[in-house]
Write a protein that binds this ligand. Structure first.
Ligand SMILES: *Cc1c(COP(=O)(O)O)cnc(C)c1O
Length: 474
């Protein structure tokens, strides 16, 4: 496909007169001398160009998107409308508190809702994403021990953890201690006890973990950690599994991040925007980033007097538009958030049970909102790897699941259907997966040469990351 610059044909979108381009109020010295090389194309061709580009994208509105750990649920369009209302979209973040009481109230109320949902005592809405929330949380933990006068240099992370967990802790200067998973796919308590030393600051966990399995020993883990004077960090990216059923406070966690762009139905992918609010227990409130949004009984205001604040970790208050969408979603759902989790868990278990006779299920147990299959046996028998299965799905108008993660399962396929899908869609996906399995067994060539219907076929999986070339050369 040609770029818009290559399509330039001087057929004239608009013609600007000298008066248009040289208004008197612009100082001569700022005016360019040569024309800039913008493409000049009629409206119809411009529309076709961008329509063709957008057709190349895959999105939740186009088909099933079981991308494990990412919770690609439906994002209600009304949230989009609400966040674009004039009073929200055109506020300037530098306006005074009096000028933006409505926006401050919305942020305050969102924090209150998140407090209820997680059991935490206070929230910051600043972090821009999950990983940014992790970093914020680890900075809070670091500062907590600094103020206490304790030197704790280590953070424990399960070997099934999302890669951002050890990365965030390392970025804060912590040394990472991996803890093993046991045969049930859960944190191995004996291994945890063996590596625990007095200089461990925290453990970072998600529950259900990245295998979609609920850590049944979480209370024992929190007891062991707290007795050691350590804190517990909860990666809330898997919150879609537990809303209304339990919360990180009940499990004994001290710091939590949520991915509003996963659980609370705001669009994501393509790099953002997102929001990763961080909640803390009472004893860590004084370390939150400043300002936090407060209410004095009459007015909402930005509170900068936070005793041991780690400082500001994002300009202004974070991704405000995302906060509006998440708040609208929470209000629309109300008590049904619990039902959303129920259906997310039911859908995952339904697919798991239907597929486990074809692909290997390494941990055969009730899962939460997602589960992990292994394509190892299939690869041994047919030469068709998980990567090939993923490519074949693309020919069936289906986004591939997350593959090769978590690292503890070979040839992993991590499937998360979410609550948004109908039974017909789930069945369609199950049938497609079975068909791919059968093709792999009988006619592997067919799978090895996919995808055949996408605009770009097989790509080098690492070249784009290692040697990005983002320039268009005419
Ligand atoms: C998505 C995810 C993260 C990181 O969140 P981002 O918003 O992508 O930065 C962390 N942990 C888990 C388990 C996740 O699924």
């Amino acid at each position: 496909m040609k770029t818009i610059f290559e399509k330039n044909n001087n057929t004239g979108g608009i013609t600007l007169t000298d008066e248009d381009i040289r208004p008197d109020f612009i100082d001569e010295k700022f005016l360019r001398e040569t024309s800039c090389a913008l493409p000049d194309i009629g409206e119809l061709e411009v529309l076709r160009h961008y329509k063709e580009l957008s057709d190349r994208n895959f999105c939740i509105e186009k088909g099933f998107y079981p991308l494990g750990s990412c919770t690609m649920k439906y994002n209600p369009k009304v949230s989009e409308y609400l966040s674009s209302l004039d009073g929200f979209a055109n506020l300037h973040p530098a306006q005074s508190d009096e000028d933006c009481q409505g926006a401050l109230e919305l942020m305050f109320r969102l924090s209150e809702a998140l407090k209820q949902i997680t059991g935490m005592n206070a929230f910051t809405l600043q972090p821009a994403a999950g990983a940014h929330g992790e970093l914020t949380g680890m900075m809070i933990i670091k500062k907590y021990f600094e103020v206490k006068g304790e030197t704790r240099k280590k953070v424990i992370v399960p070997d099934s953890a999302h890669g951002t967990n050890p990365a965030s802790a390392a970025l804060c200067g912590f040394e990472i201690l991996p803890v093993k998973s046991n045969s049930k796919g859960q944190v191995d308590i004996e291994d945890l006890k063996a590596i625990l030393t007095p200089d461990v600051a925290a453990i970072m966990m998600t529950n259900p973990n990245t295998l979609g399995i609920f850590e049944e020993n979480v209370l024992e883990i929190s007891k062991i950690m707290h007795e050691n004077g350590s804190l517990l960090y909860y990666d809330g990216a898997n919150f879609n599994a537990i809303m209304g059923y339990t919360n990180p406070k009940l499990m004994g966690f001290d710091v939590v991040h949520l991915n509003l762009h996963k659980t609370f139905a705001t669009p994501h992918g393509g790099g953002g925007p997102g929001a990763g609010p961080v909640g803390v227990v009472e004893g860590l409130k004084e370390f939150l980033p400043s300002p936090v949004i407060d209410f004095d009984g009459e007015k909402y205001f930005r509170n900068y007097s936070i005793k041991h604040s780690i400082g500001n970790i994002r300009d202004f208050y974070g991704s405000f538009g995302v906060l509006v969408k998440a708040y609208a979603y929470i209000l629309m759902m109300g008590k049904n958030l619990k039902e959303a989790s129920e259906n997310a868990v039911l859908n995952a278990n339904y697919i798991k049970e239907k597929l486990k006779n074809y692909y290997t299920l390494p941990f055969d147990t009730l899962c939460k909102h997602e589960f992990v299959l292994s394509g190892e046996a299939l690869k041994q028998q047919t030469g068709v790897s998980t990567l090939n299965v993923a490519k074949a799905l693309m020919d069936k108008n289906t986004h591939p699941p997350t593959v090769y993660f978590p690292l503890i399962v070979h040839e992993a396929m991590m499937i998360e259907p979410t609550e948004s899908e109908t039974k017909e869609r789930l069945d369609e996906f199950i049938n497609v997966m079975i068909k791919i399995y059968e093709d792999a067994t009988l006619n592997p060539e067919k799978i090895l040469s996919s995808p055949r219907t996408t605009p770009v076929k097989r790509v080098d999986e690492t070249l784009a990351a290692r040697h990005p070339d983002l320039n268009f050369k005419n």
